[in-house]
Design a binder for this molecule. Structure first.
Ligand SMILES: *Cc1c(COP(=O)(O)O)cnc(C)c1O
Length: 452
């Protein structure tokens, strides 16, 4: 099991060959899920006392299990938020896997942490944070949002204590009613209340609405979580006016840019994010629009010391790691052991340069606007809202939710594309989330044609 024998060499060759083949597939097959009973019928018992052997297990994965998973990097996967890791990022994920690096501490992973921190510093500077900003790559946006809010509450609790004030009856965080479900999940975990604030007619949260909601919410609010690119519509909240309010009230401003913050790299869209430089923390998911493999979220604090105060774990067996001045990624979020999951993005940035990212991201926004024009001019279709980033929401006149579901199922089963329905103000709609630079206008026009 731990020996480099002949069997291990054969298995290594097979694994490398499989990985190479998957990396070079063009196009990748869309594939799709199978029912539990179907898989039960196709897959023998694999976890046994004797094992079934590596090569048979790999074959089972290749022939059956992998094909029961949708390829999220397929160019006509335009549901939810797709994935589209670069060649270099995926390749380097293999290197990270082979290297057995503990990414939680400087002592054990200095070289990896150093490279990851170059990426975090670069993201911080794109956003306009001062030198010294930093954080960690965590598993995903859900964990990033939770970690930022935990830090924000810790800061507020310490401030109240310093001011001789008691704790509030309930801690509260405010966000828009278009904010991602992970904020409600964080609120449940933290046992706090969310103050939902309605978005304005352009779909964004603005400072005046925040101000009014905070006046109403009373004591206990410690943070406002704004969204830079809503998941459903790709709309960026009015960060400048919101940050004026949080600054005046001494509240923490967190920006959830899991999907949409990557759009700040497009030179023509930088202005949409004005005000983000005043935030206290932000997240962006490299596994979404920054073209890295699953699973990674960059969590960055203006003042990382505050994150460290909230999250550092203390125990005698950790003292050799914690009692140093060195940078330990474990300290900045709700986690301890961690994979050096920022390295694939680091390697890809080092390989292609930032400009290639700017161009790829701007290209997907351009495509979103082109297909929106197409939808607007097609009889029988309604564009629900002009796209801002790379999400296009539209409806087919007269279609019920069942029509969308049936159509969506047919497209997936035929291996053509993966587009799912959503809803807006109770009406069924569908959406194209475009992040894959391989997605073409023709791909999307074909999907529209399939609705005729
Ligand atoms: C995807 C998303 C999240 C959650 O991120 P995960 O990586 O899926 O946990 C949070 N906020 C927004 C705006 C998102 O689009």
């Amino acid at each position: 099991m731990h020996t480099h024998d002949e069997d291990a060499r054969k298995l290594l060759d097979a694994i490398v060959a499989y990985s190479r083949e998957r990396l070079e597939m063009d196009p990748v097959p869309l594939d799709g899920p199978k029912a539990l009973a179907e898989l039960d019928a196709m897959v023998p018992k694999t976890v046994t006392e004797d094992g079934i052997g590596g090569l048979p297990a790999l074959k089972l994965f290749e022939d059956t299990l992998a094909q029961a998973c949708i390829s999220t990097d397929h160019p006509r996967y335009v549901s939810f938020i797709p994935a589209a890791p670069t060649e270099a990022a995926t390749m380097f994920d293999l290197v990270v896997a082979a290297s057995c690096i503990y990414g939680g501490s400087w002592m054990e992973g200095a070289g990896a942490v150093y490279a990851e921190n170059q990426v975090l510093s670069w993201l911080a500077s794109e956003v306009g944070f001062p030198d010294g900003a930093g954080g960690a790559f965590v598993q995903g946006g859900t964990l990033g949002n939770l970690s930022a809010l935990v830090t924000a509450r810790d800061v507020a609790a310490r401030r109240r204590e310093a001011d001789g004030k008691s704790r509030p009856d309930r801690w509260k965080a405010a966000c828009s009613d278009e904010a991602h479900s992970s904020l409600a999940a964080a609120a449940r975990v933290m046992d706090i209340d969310l103050v939902p604030i309605p978005v304005d007619s352009s779909g964004r949260l603005n400072g005046a609405e925040v101000e009014a909601a905070l006046d109403e919410a009373g004591d206990g609010v410690f943070a406002v979580a704004a969204t830079a690119g809503t998941t459903n519509f790709g709309i960026v909240d009015d960060l400048a006016s919101i940050s004026a309010v949080t600054e005046r009230r001494g509240l923490w401003l967190h920006v959830d840019g899991a999907y949409g913050l990557a759009g700040i790299l497009s030179p023509g869209h930088r202005d949409l994010y004005a005000g983000i430089e005043n935030a206290d923390s932000f997240i962006v998911d490299p596994h979404k629009w920054l073209y890295a493999p699953f699973d990674a979220c960059a969590l960055v604090y203006r003042n990382p010391e505050l994150g460290g105060h909230a999250h550092t774990q203390h125990a005698s067996y950790l003292d050799p790691l914690t009692n140093t001045d060195e940078w330990n990624p474990s300290d900045y979020a709700y986690h301890l052991t961690r994979r050096a999951r920022g390295l694939p993005l680091w390697f890809s940035l080092a390989t292609y340069g930032v400009r290639a990212y700017r161009e790829a991201i701007a290209g997907t926004i351009d495509l979103a606007h082109e297909i929106a024009d197409e939808i607007r001019s097609r009889p029988g279709f309604t564009l629900v809202r002009d796209p801002e980033l790379s999400v296009v929401v539209f409806s087919k006149d007269g279609w019920t939710m069942d029509d969308y579901r049936e159509w969506s199922k047919r497209l997936l089963e035929s291996g053509d594309s993966f587009v799912v329905p959503s809803s807006h103000h109770g009406q069924p709609v569908t959406r194209f989330a475009i992040i894959n630079p391989r997605t073409t206008k023709q791909d999307l026009v074909g999907i529209l044609d399939s609705m005729e």
